[in-house]
Design a protein around this ligand. Structure first.
Ligand SMILES: [Zn+2]
Length: 510
């Protein structure tokens, strides 16, 4: 490694052709108070082994700059106070303790990711100070012109190395499912960018005329916190001389280190698909809570989602069904297709049997909600659930009470007339008017068959296209659905029980 580091500092790849030249540059940079990594950055040393914490002693020696007090591990109080002065260029963002903190907090969550992408959000002052160092370097006779490495890239490299070493994950910029977002904060230098805000524009509009867009934007930038792009743009537009007039070059030291303002560890969602059966009534598909009050005790989402959340150690979950039945309607037959999105899962490397065990546990506990074909699915497979809504047909079985029992001949007549289906005109039902626009929609029943049970009671089997309101078809909804079973039977009809017996959508994928 010794060869590699010397090569990086003053070898063929470097702008410095001898150790003496490199040391002179390092001395000039170190005199600004810059940390070792910032010395390397402004010497144009490409990201690599020289930036590793383990190489620090070797790099210090190669560049002939003294090891700062306190980096040996046995700090006296006095040394610690000296240490309070932090790097004026990176505000100690590149200090190994920050990379360690990110790695520790990542490790504590026990994600089973194999790789990750790191995102970095730097304080604006770091961009100002980067430019101040560049202006300083340009004027220095010892520091050669080179492409300085940015703080963002350097931090990604340092944190990436630490994560690779301590957590065994690979850091690349591919489309990893794991994102580590580090936002840094440094209150002390929060005003560094103020000298570089867009200049106020001359207000030449006549009194009362609306402000121009550009003027309004400039005002916003001045009055409120400007966005980073505005500051970076202003810095780029600034000449070295102009910059020097507004900001000290090299930048002044800061007393305290930048800290991690927020660290977001976000894993792409994991999707589990299957079909659910609801064997009892009074279970809603998702928690039914109005004004903080729970109206239905159980939900399909919680019964299936909670064990999946525990298995994947997710922050949250979300169940999406291919349509939904009312809480008082059972879901029988082969079940209703659904998927559960597990949000920010820690565990995603799951054997098919671990998912099936969730299904088996529901069966063992005789849960009122059961699943079929529970399995991991690809994110793209969820589209079928969302789009399948319009294409699928459903089979229902209803227990119906008729005020006036029908003759056998009349039952046969209705069945014969409806054998090839019925076209309904359904106005938006009264019970959903609060959330759906009042419209009349044509809906097709594909099949209808009435069978007498006894007395006033009938078993009615219906196959309908998606979106037809079955309860309203039975009782007529005060004449808003025509024809209805009530109008066909010529008497009042009441629906006592309703079951969905089949949802014809092929899901999950085989
Ligand atoms: Zn630094």
């Amino acid at each position: 490694m010794a060869g590699t580091i010397a090569e990086a500092l003053y070898g063929a790849q470097s702008v410095y052709s001898s150790a003496e030249e490199a040391r002179a540059a390092a001395a000039a940079l170190a005199a600004t108070g810059a940390c070792l990594l910032c010395v390397l950055r402004f010497m144009g040393v490409p990201l690599g082994p020289a930036y590793q914490a383990e190489a620090a002693a070797e790099v210090h020696e190669a560049l002939g700059i003294p090891v700062p007090a306190g980096d040996g591990g046995s700090d006296t109080q006095e040394q610690q106070q000296q240490q309070q002065q932090c790097c004026p260029a990176c505000l100690d963002i590149l200090h190994h303790s920050l990379a360690d903190e990110v790695a520790d907090r990542y490790r504590a969550q026990e994600f089973d990711a194999e790789d990750a992408v790191i995102g970095v959000d730097l304080p604006k002052s770091v961009y100002v100070r980067q430019r101040a160092m560049e202006v300083f370097c340009a004027a220095s006779s010892a520091v050669r012109k080179s492409a300085a490495v940015g703080v963002k890239d350097a931090l990604k490299h340092v944190v990436g190395q630490r994560l690779a070493a301590t957590c065994g994950i690979a850091i690349d910029n591919s489309d990893s499912q794991m994102r580590i977002e580090i936002a840094l904060a440094h209150a002390e230098t929060a005003d560094d960018h103020r000298p570089f805000l867009p200049a106020p524009q001359q207000d030449s509009r006549p009194p009362g005329a609306p402000r121009s867009k550009a003027k309004a934007k400039a005002d916003r930038a001045r009055d409120h916190e400007p966005n980073l792009a505005a500051v970076v743009g202003e810095l780029a537009a600034c000449s070295d001389a102009d910059f020097r007039a507004r900001f000290p070059c090299p930048p002044r030291a800061a007393a305290g280190r930048a800290r991690i303002g927020s660290l977001e560890l976000r894993r792409a969602s994991l999707f589990v698909g299957g079909r659910y059966l609801k064997l009892e009534r009074n279970i809603s598909q998702t928690p039914f809570i109005v004004d903080g009050q729970r109206l239905v005790e159980l939900s399909v989402a919680e019964i299936i989602g909670e064990p999946l959340r525990a298995l994947t150690r997710s922050d949250a979950y979300n169940l999406v069904g291919s349509g939904r039945e009312d809480a008082d309607v059972r879901m029988l037959g082969a079940g209703r297709p659904f998927y559960v999105e597990c949000i920010n899962p820690r565990t995603t490397r799951l054997a098919p049997d671990q998912i099936r065990e969730v299904e088996r546990a529901l069966a063992r506990s005789a849960s009122p909600v059961q699943t079929r074909r529970l399995q991991l699915i690809a994110p793209a497979d969820t589209a079928v659930i969302k789009e399948g809504e319009e294409h699928k047909s459903k089979h229902y079985c209803a227990l119906v009470w008729l005020a006036q029992p029908l003759s056998e001949a009349r039952v046969a007549e209705i069945n014969a007339a409806a054998r090839h289906g019925l076209l309904l005109q359904q106005m938006t039902p009264v019970r959903v008017l609060h959330r759906r626009a009042p419209l009349t929609r044509p809906k097709r029943l594909l099949a209808l068959e009435i069978a007498h049970i006894e007395g006033h009671f009938y078993r009615v089997r219906i196959e309908s296209e998606a979106g037809a309101y079955i309860k309203e078809f039975v009782h007529g909804d005060l004449g808003r659905t025509t024809p209805s079973l009530a109008s066909l039977a010529g008497t009042t009809a009441d629906i006592l029980e309703l079951d969905v017996e089949n949802v014809s959508l092929d899901f999950p994928p085989p």
